[in-house]
Write a protein that binds this ligand. Structure first.
Ligand code: SDX
Length: 428
């Protein structure tokens, strides 16, 4: 970051002496006011619940232009990465800052392939869960439990440990997600097949059975791989901020990623894809497109507490570029499967059209986000609704790790410890 000539001058309406604060400019995006000296100089905190105006860190990984609906991983537009790369190339880019050349890619793919199995004891752990356990409950537990099996990569301050933990987590998340799914349908989970691609291997673990193997179609594998890319990272979102804050205590990488998975589960965040499909299914069951007006009226009634799931975003005040790419993938996959007249897709497109012309949504700059179409694609691919957020967690693991590693390598990083505005009883 570069110091700006500009300074922030803070003056007070009473006799409190004013102070001057430095302003920094990143390579692009809003400038920041460095308030680290504020409490020492004034005895006051800033107040920003929800962090609407707070930059928690500096980062070189992902840039979002919310007003223009742009998303860049290490400077590459998401549209180009989704069209020209596969997920492991995007992982390499996020982790190391550059796209891999042929040899680097071959080595990275080989490393990931050689870490796809989990310790056999984890299969015993899985059997302890009820069959109807939510996959995110299983995944939160199993990802964090990896720390119980890999004692040689738990020192987050050791770059070598961080490197091997990153490979293990990226490699094992598909296995853990498939295990959670197979457990829920009372089937055994096939072992990973290292001859398959990352996404092809996941599809096979999900859908193969001991009675017959599963040959995933290239179109579906490519679509899923693209969905992984679209969800891979997204600046300082809630779960990434959770991972950074958790890692700042010096805990191990597996525990920090487990915390990120737990946070992603929430319906306001990664759980929105599952909630959005449920919303579409409810409207469809109630009468479909004919009932959109009634549903939208409930959303606009602030006493209803009903939100349009898959819409709105803290940063995007324009169309989420991932939603556009996801809609394209919808048409491609449903067309390939011969279900492009899928009633839920028709309903989603009709709902989007209505809301983008409605003053309530336009005035609040509410547009479809990544979760609006993703559920329709995942459902068409055969992924059960309950697994949607687990797929998001699988994809986002590389982003969480890249952001965590960036923080741990930053000499300025410190343990995160916000303060508060105390409004309780003073002394009794
Ligand atoms: C993800 O941060 C990230 O980058 C997240 C993510 C990632 O990749 O990591 O992009 C993934 O989490 C996408 C978001 C998925 N969540 C949903 O789709 C759930 C529905 N959306 C909302 O809950 C909401 O839009 C949030 C949580 C996403 C954003 O909330 P904000 O920024 O705090 O905005 P807000 O709640 O203050 O909304 C501003 C106004 C309010 O109305 P008023 O008080 O001004 O009258 O817009 C309204 C809100 O009531 N509003 C909505 C709405 N979202 C906001 N009204 C109806 N439906 C919605 N979806």
């Amino acid at each position: 970051m570069k110091s700006s000539e500009k300074r922030a001058v803070l003056t007070f309406s009473d006799a409190t002496p004013g102070i001057t604060l430095p302003i920094y400019q990143g390579s692009v995006g809003p400038e920041v006011i460095d308030i680290r000296s504020l409490y020492g100089k004034t005895g006051m905190f800033t107040y920003d619940p929800g962090f609407l105006s707070t930059a928690s860190c500096q980062s070189a990984i992902t840039y979002i232009d919310g007003d223009r609906g742009k998303l860049l991983y290490r400077g590459y537009p998401i549209e180009q990465l989704a069209a020209q790369c596969d997920y492991l190339e995007a992982c390499y880019l996020l982790l190391y800052g550059e796209l891999p050349d042929r040899d680097q890619k071959q080595e990275f793919v080989g490393l990931i392939a050689n870490h796809t199995m989990v310790n056999e004891q984890m299969h015993l752990m899985l059997r302890g869960f009820r069959r109807d356990a939510h996959p995110m409950a299983v995944l939160t537990s199993m990802a964090g439990a990896l720390a119980a099996f890999y004692h040689d990569s738990t020192d987050i301050n050791n770059p070598k440990h961080r490197e091997i933990a990153a490979i293990r987590l990226i490699a094992k998340m598909p296995t853990l997600v498939a295990m959670a799914y197979k457990h829920s349908v009372s089937q055994s989970c096939p072992y990973p097949n290292n001859a398959l691609s990352y996404s092809g291997n996941f599809m096979r673990m999900m859908f193969a059975t001991p009675c017959e193997d599963y040959e995933p179609s290239d179109v579906l594998v490519r679509a899923l791989d693209r969905i992984f890319i679209l969800h891979a990272d997204h600046e300082q979102n809630t779960s990434t901020s959770t991972v950074r804050l958790c890692g700042s205590s010096g805990t191990n990488p597996f525990a920090a990623i487990g915390a990120g998975i737990a946070c992603l589960w929430g319906p306001a965040h990664g759980g929105a894809n599952e909630a959005c499909l449920g919303m579409l299914q409810d409207i469809h069951a109630a009468g479909g497109v004919a009932r959109i007006g009634e549903f939208v009226a409930r959303v606009k009634d602030e006493n209803s507490g009903v939100k349009l799931m898959g819409f709105g975003h803290r940063v995007y005040k324009n169309y989420d570029p991932r939603a556009r790419l996801m809609r394209e993938t919808c048409h491609e996959v449903l067309g390939h499967l011969g279900v492009d007249r899928d009633p839920l897709l028709q309903l989603a497109m009709a709902l989007e059209k209505v809301t983008l012309e409605d003053e309530y949504f336009v005035s609040r700059k509410l547009y479809p986000n990544v979760d609006f179409y993703s559920g329709i694609v995942l459902r068409a691919i055969g992924i059960p609704v309950s697994l949607f957020t687990a797929i998001f967690a699988l994809s986002r693991t590389v982003g969480w790790i890249a952001q965590l590693n960036e923080m741990m390598a930053d000499p300025d990083y410190r343990i995160g410890r916000p303060r508060q505005l105390f409004t309780g009883t003073v002394l009794r």
